[in-house]
Design a protein. Structure first.
Length: 138
């Protein structure tokens, strides 16, 4: 999966933190991903494009979200095959097969534990999906 994501790394409170430059990170006081020991937690990630726009396609938003997650993991020394759990929040669960298709392309052989849940809305009105990931780097 090619990605156009710029990640910045900082050390905070004995942990390594990755920032994707999201406008929400400093406002809410969080990092895109945090590594502590072998554990990497990636925060809820919407499928926003580099220019701040959203694709109207749920599948494409899912793909973009996973690209951002991949970039965050790799910036902290992890890989997609280290992911042990994903959580997916969608605004219309009836479109779950679009999400499943992309998730399956990325994680079909990795097979992390996963959850998909419908929510009323996400932080941006155009966002249709938000994905969290947890990884353990051996």
């Amino acid at each position: 999966m090619a990605s156009n994501v710029n990640i910045t790394i900082t050390e905070r409170a004995g942990r390594t933190c990755a920032s994707s430059g999201s406008k929400w990170e400093p406002k809410m006081g969080y990092s895109r991903a945090v590594r502590s020991g072998s554990w990497i937690a990636v925060t809820g990630t919407v499928g926003v494009n580099a220019d701040g726009s959203y694709s109207p396609s749920l599948a494409e938003q899912t793909r973009r979200s996973l690209q951002i997650i991949q970039a965050a993991l790799e910036s902290l020394g992890g890989r997609l095959d280290h992911v042990i759990r994903t959580r997916m929040y969608v605004t219309d669960v009836s479109k779950w097969e679009q999400v499943a298709g992309v998730h399956g392309e990325v994680f079909g052989e990795i097979r992390p534990a996963t959850t998909i849940v419908e929510v009323a809305k996400l932080i941006d009105a155009e966002a249709q999906i938000e994905i969290e990931a947890d990884a353990v780097v051996p």
